[in-house]
Design a protein around this ligand. Sequence first.
Ligand code: FAD
Length: 327
Amino acid sequence: MTKKVLVLAEAKNGKLRNVSFEVLTVANRIASDVDINACIFGSNAENYSEELSKYGAQKVYITDNEELKNYTPDGYKQALLQVIEEVNPDVVLTGHTSIGKDILPRVAARLNAALVSDCTDVEMDNGIVFTRPIYSGKTFQKKKVNDDLVMATIRPNNIEAIENPVNSETIKLLATIKDLRSVVKEVVSKASGKVDLSEAKAIISGGRGVKSAEGFKPLQELADVLGGAVGASRAACDADYCDYSLQIGQTGKVVTPDLYIACGISGAIQHLAGMSSSKVIVAINKDPEANIFQVSDYGIVGDLFEVVPLLTEEFKKVINETKTLVE
Ligand code: FAD
């Protein structure tokens, strides 16, 4: 039976987030013949509909109320409820991002719908089967949900975004937004993060072993060479070596890059919860018994202050050689 799917897309700094294309790819798997709808909120939302249609969105609902320029739980909840009423979907999907994990439980609770959060895979097998990590990522659970209305958040960087261009219709919806309990007056971004941590393909993470804020510099240099981002363990954040926005783990961000290099991180379970599903894990640690080596594909026993600069130089050479070959 055809499923009607609604995807809540997200944009950041004037660009659609890659996770929105990944979520649309999931929608394509679920709704094999028709009815993939997307919605996006905020000013200039119209600019995004063409790109969303490249990934299969047949109808794009845009709501560019001034009140939705910045995310607020109340504003987005009201707007999403109104789009849901208009579309009447069987499935509502969005990315497992700060916004996604905040908004979808609110809306699911309001509509008494099923909610599956932080899915790493979705497939059809006589119904929709969601895969999600449990016990801090130690194992994965497959969940079939038969409720009339199902909502799910999809973990970024897990499902390859596949284009599926379709003709799309853009529908403007002026949402009624009222009684906002919070208003965002200004968003001040941190200058540090050049690449979004949750969508980075390579992450160089530092722990207590990095020893100081200064110690993070060689990690940033390696991240720059690889076009990646810098992350951290909670111990490094607690010690004020870096900002909490870089924390990876159970109480930080959950990431799934292609390459995760853990430098001076022991591998506590709470840290592993945030990075163990990375595609390739490299650990650099002085202690050969460190737990991080248990989850690593490659382990280097050594001093990170010697190893990281050597890696940076080697990567520079390889990347330059590859460029020369391509040219
Ligand atoms: P340590 O465990 O102190 O390890 C430092 C490592 O650096 C050691 O293995 C050492 O051998 C190595 N080292 C030292 N010097 C060098 C060098 N020069 N070269 C190479 N290696 C070196 N932690 C998180 O990371 N994320 C979370 O989200 C998180 N949430 C938590 C939630 C709760 C409820 C609790 C209780 C804890 C949480 N923690 C979290 C903390 C977690 O338990 C660990 O304390 C923390 O991850 C340890 O960080 P670390 O590996 O950097 O430090």
